[in-house]
Design a protein around this ligand. Structure first.
Ligand code: BES
Ligand code: ZN
Length: 648
């Protein structure tokens, strides 16, 4: 439920003052100034308020990393060498984004080929954006090298002790760079508007396999010394690394799973449709352009469901439930290979270009592989969430095109608007223009903007020429604009009937009205989506007897399915059904995926007893949580403590 994430953002904004202005560093470093010149017709200069970089002056074309993984000190150390493209021939500085990095030395390659020290200044840290690193480059060096170490609490890395892994023998480390955490492990122009190729030479203890968002070799020898190459230009948020006891199992010639040994067979079975998903997407939108597509299954502390790191999707183990019912996650991350990784938003304010398009493509893949009924149920679950998310207070974030300044922390932009309203807009366009025309349009769009970072305005211009004007009379400019710039959902949004959900609604009603439990023969066939809908449609609270009856029949408390758990536990908390408390504590300690656990934390903190359970559980869970999850939970608890308790 993305609702809770948005709530966290708003809460944080109110309680902690997370606005750009409030967070501006004391040294007066100003937010990036608007660029005056356009660099090219297809990539106008953009202003990314979430980065200090000045890509209108100089751009990183290539990054060469040299890193050592040190589990004991929870540290990456080494150097980053940039090949630079001096766009502005009068520029004298290279400005990079960093967060918590220890910068040891910076050298630049001079015109005589020799390398010499460069002066630099590291500004005091801004809470959201980190420290601006200004490097003096009077000679506009073709290459610059920064030698540095990461901090043990780098926001973009999680270091797990062996006890926190499946195998309990080897430590584990993984990155999560999106949205602005790459800067916590590599000094970079950390804005999606800059794309670069990269190579990496990484050393690690011999028992750790190292993988990156690059050309991982399924047969690589585990010798503690690894080389990587990403020959296609990617934005910084797609830079990724992981190290641990990881083995490979193939799914097809060009896809497979990396996981801890005990997890690998389950993961391969669950994700065995990956090749079919690739073929489906290729048929719709053209060839998969990234060579291999592998999936890395992470420990349950991974803070997201999935992350579309190129060639190597990072995935939560909570998607592995034994019946493939949650594999739309893989369809989603794979879809990003077109929408996001190939055509990328140029700032977080245009996030819908990534996530809305991807949610649309994901649903198309699900439709082909698992049928329209399942695709529709998944759409409806998302749309119901979206509706519950809209409030008067968050209107500025209900437009697909977010206005500059409206979004403070880009980590809090996993909203229903970006994902579900975005997908719904494309479903609206598909319906009006017809599937064939719309499919051809999207394919053309991905080709036209391939390997570029674009703004919503560039999409709008392209759609006007290739859709609105090409097929006149189908969609008016006003209709088009309402989706993009207005809050809420336009009244002419296509509605999706679902006979399967109608049956669930009827079953729920029969139970609520007359106490008739849905027949076991029927519920035995319910999919995750149907259970989710059954629970989600319940009244705000139920009696303890009612919850007990459901538990006796279906064992919802303690469910191993996180999608059901994330809806069931808030209901038990609201209803004062304390029998679920032990299972809640276990769930919140076992899983660190934000979307799954935040709804329960948010519900718990509303009463004194619940707040105590939340705090006690968090204290135990925190050592195993990712920094991103820790921050979200801390914000919810802090907000509850700041506000007077609603007595219950
Ligand atoms: N790219 C996102 C994850 C993300 C977005 C991380 C913004 C940080 C900032 C990824 O593709 C995603 O959308 N993950 C979803 C899963 C999906 C099935 C909707 C998630 O993690 O919930
Ligand atoms: Zn996504």
């Amino acid at each position: 439920m993305r609702y809770s994430i948005l709530t966290v953002c708003l809460a944080a904004a109110l309680a902690l003052g997370c606005s750009r202005e409030a967070a501006t560093p004391a040294d007066g470093a100003a937010p990036p100034a608007a660029a005056k010149t356009e660099t090219a017709v297809t990539s106008p200069a953009v202003v990314d308020a979430h980065s200090y970089a000045q890509p209108d002056k100089v751009r990183i074309d290539d990054l060469a990393l040299q890193l050592a993984v040190d589990f004991e000190h929870k540290q990456l150390s080494g150097s980053a060498t940039y090949t630079l493209n001096w766009v502005d021939k009068a520029a004298t500085q290279l400005v990079l984004d960093t967060r918590g990095l220890n910068i040891e030395k910076i050298v630049g390659e001079r015109s005589d080929g020799k390398w010499g020290d460069l002066k630099f200044a590291l500004a005091p840290a801004d809470k959201l954006f980190g420290s601006k690193l200004t490097i003096e480059t009077p000679e506009r060096n073709a290459r610059v090298r920064v030698t540095y170490k990461t901090s043990p609490d780098a926001s973009g890395l999680q270091w797990l002790t062996p006890a926190m892994t499946e195998g309990k023998k080897t430590p584990f480390m993984f990155s999560q760079s999106q949205q602005i955490h790459a800067r916590s492990w590599v000094p970079l122009q950390d804005t999606p508007s800059v794309r670069f190729t990269y190579t990496a030479h990484v050393t690690a203890p011999k028992d750790a396999m190292v993988l990156m968002s690059a050309d991982n070799d399924p047969k690589a020898a585990r010798d503690g010394d690894y080389e990587f190459k990403m020959p296609q230009k990617i934005p910084s948020y797609l830079l990724a690394i992981a190290a641990g006891d990881l083995v490979f199992q193939p799914i097809s010639q060009r896809s497979g799973v990396w996981a801890e040994p005990a997890m690998a067979p389950k993961a391969v079975a669950e994700f065995s449709d990956t090749e079919k998903m690739m073929e489906t997407a290729e048929k719709l939108y053209g060839p998969y352009r990234w060579d291999r597509y592998d999936i890395l299954v992470l420990p349950p502390s991974f803070p997201y469901g999935g992350m579309e790191n190129p060639r190597l999707t990072f995935a939560t183990p909570t998607a592995i439930v034994g019946d493939k019912s949650l594999v739309s996650l893989i369809a989603h991350e794979l879809a990003h290979s077109w929408s996001g990784n190939l055509v990328t938003f140029s700032t977080s304010n245009d996030a819908w270009l990534n996530e809305g398009f991807t949610s649309y493509v994901e649903n198309r893949i699900v439709e082909v592989l698992y049928g329209k009924e399942r695709a529709d149920m998944e759409s409806l679950i998302s749309r119901n969430e979206l509706r519950s998310e809209f409030t008067d207070a968050n209107k500025p974030l209900q437009a697909l095109a977010i206005k500059p300044g409206a979004l403070d922390d880009p980590d809090n932009n996993l909203t229903g608007t970006v994902y579900t309203k975005g997908a719904w807009f494309l479903q609206f366009l598909e319906q009006r223009f017809g599937r064939d025309n719309f499919d051809a349009f999207l394919r053309g769009y991905f080709d036209h903007f391939a390997f570029q970072s674009i703004s919503t305005q560039q999409f709008v211009d392209y759609a006007k020429a290739n859709l609105l004007d090409k097929y006149p009379g189908k969609v008016t400019q006003a209709e088009f604009d309402a989706w993009l710039y207005e809050p809420g959902i336009p009244s002419n949004a296509p509605q999706t009937p679902s006979a399967r959900f109608d049956a669930i609604d009827a079953a729920r009603k029969a139970w609520l009205d007359a106490g008739t439990l849905p027949d076991k023969a029927a519920t035995a066939k319910w999919s995750t989506q149907e259970w989710v809908h059954f629970v989600e449609g319940m009244p705000d609270t139920l009696s303890a007897d009612q919850l007990k009856a459901l538990d006796a029949a279906y064992k919802l408390t303690g469910t191993p399915n996180g999608e059901i758990a994330q809806r069931w536990y808030p209901l038990t908390v609201r209803s004062g059904y304390t029998q679920a408390d032990a299972a809640i504590a276990a769930f919140l300690q076992r899983i660190g995926r934000r979307k799954l656990i935040m709804p329960t934390y948010s519900e718990l903190v509303k009463t004194p007893a619940g707040l105590k359970l939340a705090e006690d559980t968090f204290a135990k869970a925190k050592p195993g949580y990712h920094p991103i999850t820790t921050e979200s939970v801390e914000a919810v608890i802090a907000k509850a403590k700041a506000a007077p308790q609603a007595a219950k």
